[in-house]
Write a protein that binds this ligand. Structure first.
Ligand SMILES: [Fe+2]
Ligand SMILES: [Fe+2]
Length: 135
């Protein structure tokens, strides 16, 4: 499976969120690339941490934007973010303790989740925020 490539079809019509999604795609692609290399456990944990940190940063920024604008689906959207955070956290812990071998399936899950989330969940706030002057 190839790397994710951001294109206009993934645009959520809010510039800052598109910029953050591009960066998020980059860190997930880095994680995916690190699967195919014989990185040390330490290096792999660094890549996981970078991915986790940026994901938290983005989810927070996005949630703040939705909340500030009284976005009706805020709670539901936040729950989806939380479920992903829990998954990544669980994956990290299991990898640290040697209970999980990072495979392409693990990386594919993250890539698929992110692509679907942007395309199906994030995109929904575009029109709503645009109508409130946010672009
Ligand atoms: Fe989101
Ligand atoms: Fe997002």
């Amino acid at each position: 499976m190839a790397h994710i490539v951001w294109d206009e079809k993934m645009s959520v019509q809010v510039g800052l969120m598109d910029t953050q999604h591009k960066k998020l795609i980059e860190v997930i692609n880095d994680f995916y690339s690190s699967m195919g290399s014989n990185n040390s456990k330490e290096k792999t944990l660094e890549v996981i941490k970078a991915m986790k940190d940026y994901t938290f940063f983005h989810f927070n920024a996005e949630e703040k934007l939705m909340q500030q604008n009284a976005y009706p689906d805020f709670e539901k959207h936040k729950k989806e973010h939380q479920a992903f955070i829990d998954k990544v956290h669980d994956m990290e812990e299991r990898y640290k303790s040697g209970k999980l071998i990072l495979t392409l399936e693990v990386a594919s899950f993250l890539k698929t989740w992110l692509t679907n989330h942007i395309m199906q969940v994030d995109k929904k706030y575009g029109d709503y925020l645009n109508a409130r002057g946010i672009r």
